[in-house]
Design a protein around this ligand. Structure first.
Ligand code: FMN
Length: 180
């Protein structure tokens, strides 16, 4: 079994594409294939010591899921299934997609929801990300003025995404044992 599990939810495929691009950089011993949470089980998640969790924000500040037209469901349905998973001893890194121009008051909120969920269950979250290069009003994904994970905006800052992913992987590399 690979060391790192990589799980995501996505509506139009943006988060899926980023998740797949991340996995592509690492071999199968290091990282599992990116898996949509609508095909995942709590047991699978519980089996990894290291987790990368990806999410978009939809419906005005919501987790992706059936109520925001994610086929087969998303974090909205899967997060409650993880309520009894013990995350203590697990290292978690989160990435979130959003649109700062259209949703400046709920920018990448879903990432904050996942963060608080795993932290409440003992996870150590790494890969916090500066909020300086984004233009928004409010976000539930901020803790002490930093984002709780990598933030990507494919609608307004797509050209920055590759470099952001690269820099973020370097940031989490020591805790995830990644050679990048
Ligand atoms: C109906 C709808 C609602 C959205 N609501 C938010 C939001 O509240 N906050 C945000 O940052 N982005 C919001 N977005 C932008 C998406 O998060 C963004 O387009 C993302 O790239 C979608 O990724 P996905 O295809 O993986 O779901 C919304 C997009 C749509 C279509």
């Amino acid at each position: 079994m690979p060391r790192i599990g990589l799980f995501f939810a996505s509506s139009t495929g943006n988060t899926r594409r980023i998740a797949k691009a991340i996995k592509k950089r690492f071999d199968d011993d290091t990282m599992a294939d990116a898996l949509n949470v609508n095909k995942a089980t709590p047991e699978l998640v519980a089996g990894y010591s290291h987790l990368i969790l990806g999410t978009s924000t939809l419906g005005g500040g919501q987790l992706p899921g059936l109520s925001t037209d994610c086929m087969g469901g998303g974090w909205e349905e899967f997060l409650p299934q993880l309520k009894d998973v013990d995350f203590s001893g697990k290292t978690v890194a989160i990435f979130g997609l959003g649109n700062q121009d259209k949703y400046p008051d709920e920018f990448v909120d879903a990432m904050g929801e996942i963060y608080h969920f795993v932290v409440a269950r003992g996870a150590k979250v790494v890969g916090l990300w500066p909020a300086d290069d984004y233009d928004f009003i409010a976000s539930k994904a901020l803790v002490d003025d930093e984002f709780v994970g990598l933030v990507l905006d494919q609608e307004n800052q797509k050209l920055l995404s590759d470099a952001r992913v690269e820099a973020w992987l370097k940031l989490i590399a020591p805790q995830f044992g990644l050679g990048v």
